[in-house]
Every structure is written in structure tokens, then in C-alpha cells.
Design a protein. Structure first.
Length: 354
């Protein structure tokens, strides 16, 4: 049974598209409550006239234009991009422009003044100043709400990313480093320990590094790309000891020493490449390349495709959906993923900003 907390309900109301119309209705109710005072000369004196109604319509539309222009134009263009100064200047200019436009309309079309006498310059100044201050406070409240909503979205994205990362790590541990895999590696080392002790020692060292990376280093938010590449090399080298007709190649181009990436980012592609090229007929291979150009990292993974008859439909693996979900959470729209199949070679090309 799923238990929803009050915090979950608030987040759902603020973020879910199904509540979009209710959020707008709530905003209209707030604007209505603000503008309804236009019909009162005093808290206990209601004045229902056509002039007051026209004035209320103008005031109501004025606040709507002010709010929605802020929500859909000024906020995403400036405040959401941390351009605070430009946002403040734009809000001031737009609000003053709208305020004077409203005053002109009231002066010539909607005579809603309560006191029918010429006001003093000081009264006009303080009236305009108080109106502008009220508008700025209202816009500030809207901006605060939008920032709060953005903060919730950011926290939700971080939570989803951690959940997806944990899920990816768990699935990989379950599907790849399993007792059967460990048994094969240890058995190979045991067979070689008398005849080729150096090779047996190499297998155990690679297995140790493989497990150490998964159990320790992969828990970090970022790891050095070289560590990820060493993990791939160890994994493929161990795979090579299990299969007679398997080979692999890892190439690097560019200054990759100081590049950091999310842990286990490339493992699912290599895992799938190894799993889906396993065959008893002919040679099979996996080719991997990393290249860096202008802070754009390109990862290419190619694997041979066996004949249909020799392919086993194995369960497990992360699957393209989960891989793309994690990439979306990590990079948003700032990545490209391409998959092609030609001449019995399957190719995956991933490009990310680093």
C-alpha cells in the first residue's frame, strides 16, 4: 500500500500536469480577492456601479497580464537562468509601463475615484508609490512561488537520479557480478595456478579491482574517467579468459586524464555488447573508444552480431529504457545517443558534455 505524505501531496499539486487547471483557478481566486476591494468605498460600504465594474475589469486584467507575463516570459528568460539583475530591471520597467497605462485608462474611461476633488501632487505621488509597491510585492510573491516550485523540481530530480543510479548499480551487480561469474573466474585461476601462476595472479588482481570499483568507487557522485575505463578493461579481460573466440579493443583520444563522469555510466552498453555477441560460431569482438573534443566526450561501443540461431535470449541487463532514463536525469537534453546496425556490427554512440 502506498502512503502519501502531506509533502508528497504538496509536491504533486505544484508539479503534476493533472493539477495545472486547479493551480490556475487558485491564482484567479487570489487575483479576484485582491481586486474585489474595488467595489468598496470603505470596509462596510459597498458601491456597485458600472464605473466600478469597468474599473474592476481593468484592474483584474491588469493583474493577470502582470502575472502571466512574469510567469511565461520574464521568469523563464531571466530568473530561471540566474540573471537576477536583468529580471529585476525588466519587472520594474514592465510594471511601471503597465501602471501608467492603467492610470490613463482609469482617467479617461473609468472614473472610479472616491473623492471628487483635485488631489495634491503629494497625494498623487504617494498613491502611485503605494500602488507600485503593492505590485512589486505581488510580483515578488509570484516569483517566490516559482522559485519554490523550481526548488521542489530540483530536489525531485536529484532524488530520481539517486534512485535511478542505485537501481542501475543494483541491477548490474545482480546481472553481472554473480556467483556463477565469480566461480568461473576463480576456477580459471585455480586451473592456471600451477601451470601459469602469473596469469592466475593477474586474474585475481583484475577480479579484485573489478569488485573494489563496484563496491566502493561506484558509490561516489563522480569518478575519474580513467577509473571507469580501467573497470571496462578488467571486465573485458576477464570475459576474454572465459571465451576462446572473443577479443576486445579500447582506444582513447584526447586529454582524458582530468575528465570526471558519473560512475557505471558506460557499463550497461558494454554489458549488452558482451552479452549479445556471445556465440559458438566464429570470432566475436567488442570495440570501445573514448574521445574528447572541446569538452564534448564521445563514447562508441561496437560489437559483432552472431547469427540468429546462436543468439540466446538472456534475461537481465538494464535495458535501453533504464539507460535513457538515467541519461535524461544526468544530462537533460544535453546528450545524444545513437544506435546503428550494419554489416553484422552493432554500434552505440553516446556524446555528453563534461
Amino acid at each position: 500500500m502506498e502512503i502519501r505524505t502531506d509533502k508528497d501531496k504538496i509536491s504533486s499539486f505544484l508539479l503534476d500536469d493533472k493539477f495545472r487547471i486547479y493551480r490556475h483557478l487558485l491564482l484567479q481566486l487570489i487575483i479576484l480577492m485582491i481586486t474585489i476591494g474595488n467595489f468598496f468605498d470603505a470596509p462596510d460600504k459597498l458601491n456597485l456601479t458600472w464605473n466600478r465594474f469597468y474599473g474592476w475589469i481593468g484592474y483584474y486584467l491588469f493583474l493577470n497580464v502582470l502575472v502571466y507575463f512574469n510567469v511565461y516570459v520574464l521568469y523563464p528568460r531571466f530568473l530561471a537562468k540566474n540573471k537576477m539583475l536583468l529580471y529585476i530591471v525588466s519587472v520594474i520597467i514592465f510594471t511601471v509601463f503597465m501602471m501608467f497605462g492603467m492610470m490613463i485608462l482609469q482617467e479617461y474611461f473609468y472614473d472610479i475615484a472616491v473623492i471628487h476633488q483635485e488631489p495634491s501632487a503629494a497625494a498623487i505621488f504617494f498613491s502611485i508609490a503605494s500602488s507600485l509597491l503593492s505590485m512589486f510585492l505581488f510580483i515578488g510573491g509570484v516569483a517566490a512561488f516559482l522559485l519554490f516550485k523550481q526548488w521542489i523540481q530540483s530536489n525531485q530530480r536529484v532524488y530520481d537520479l539517486k534512485a535511478a543510479t542505485s537501481e542501475s548499480e543494483l541491477k548490474f551487480l545482480k546481472s553481472q557480478i554473480n556467483p556463477h561469474f565469480l566461480f568461473n573466474m576463480l576456477n580459471n585461476a585455480n586451473i592456471l595456478i600451477d601451470e601459469e601462476p602469473d596469469m592466475a595472479s593477474g586474474i585475481l588482481i583484475k577480479l579484485k579491482e573489478l569488485l573494489q570499483y563496484q563496491l566502493n568507487d561506484s558509490l561516489q557522485d563522480k569518478v575519474n574517467l580513467q577509473a571507469d575505463i580501467r573497470f571496462l578493461a578488467n571486465y573485458l579481460e576477464l570475459e576474454k579468459t572465459r571465451r576462446d573466440k572473443f577479443d576486445y579493443e579500447i582506444s582513447k583520444n584526447g586529454e582524458l586524464e582530468n575528465v570526471s563522469v558519473a560512475p557505471l555510466l558506460f557499463i550497461p552498453f558494454v554489458e549488452n555488447a558482451v552479452k549479445h555477441n556471445a556465440t559458438n560460431e566464429g570470432d566475436s569482438f567488442v570495440r570501445i573508444s573514448f574521445s574528447l573534443y572541446r569538452e564534448r566526450l564521445t563514447f562508441i561501443c561496437q560489437n559483432s552480431i552472431p547469427s540468429v540461431e546462436s543468439v540466446k535470449k538472456e534475461k537481465g541487463g538494464l535495458g535501453l529504457i533504464n539507460i535513457k532514463r538515467r541519461l535524461d536525469l544526468l544530462f537533460g537534453n544535453n546528450y545524444s545517443l545513437e544506435q546503428t546496425k550494419a554489416d553484422n556490427i552493432y554500434t552505440v554512440k553516446l556524446q555528453i558534455n563534461v
